[in-house]
Ligand binder design. Sequence first.
Ligand SMILES: N[C@H](CCC[C@H](N)C(=O)O)C(=O)O
Length: 271
Amino acid sequence: MTLHFHKYQGTGNDFVMIDDRAEAFDATNQELIARLCHRRFGIGADGLILLRNRPGFDFEMVYFNADGRPSSMCGNGGRCTVAFARFLNIIGDKAQFLAVDGPHDARVEADGLVHLKMQDTAKARRAPVHAEQGDVFLHTGSPHHVHFLSPAEGQKLEEYDVYGAGHDIRFDQAYDPAGTNVNFVQVPADPGQPWAVRTYERGVEDETFSCGTGVTAVALAASARGAVSPVQLSTPGGQLQVSFQQRPDGGFEDVWLSGPAVRVFEGQLAV
Ligand SMILES: N[C@H](CCC[C@H](N)C(=O)O)C(=O)O
């Protein structure tokens, strides 16, 4: 069988994207998905996304991590799927699609900027590990542990051992059995400045260039440290913005993740 695919990236978080409206792709074939995502033996990506038809919605997004397993919501992947749907002329500049965590509204601007509405999010709670360092946990469609680097420790985000520290937290038994993604944040001198984030991603089992649900979790957690909507976030893969309204119960609604989503190339592969 010949597989026709497109490669997309959203601030460096990259995906194999497949127009699977015919539902010809075997979504149960974990080995194939992992092989397609493999950086040496395959196309190479942080995840694989199927765009499928779904009655009542413009489309459905089915997301798999690079390990080949179905996963929770992917924010950057959602933005890329909206850009892909626009490229396929399935949508105009607005969309409503179904993902694993429910319906999402989205808007695409002429310059390619994609705004994705995220699910309402409960307020940050003490993380089950490293709470003494002020670490918090939020679920923004995917689970996220957030660690704010402490200036007193003189830590610099660009020198931080994101893989080592991230791996330890991701596999800590306190997060069993599902695990979590792990975000490390440099607090800006002025909360109105960009918040720098690096993320260890579950299911990729490595640092990614950015994580959409991750920067969303960071922006919401940063609201308790002076950040005001819209929050600018800088990641190794580029700039993202998160806007939100805070609810009286401390939770968040009207949460939007905004940033670029780029079609890098398309290709065919015998599978
Ligand atoms: N690896 C994540 C899913 C993808 C999240 C990330 N790529 C994003 O943009 O939100 C997890 O297993 O929870």
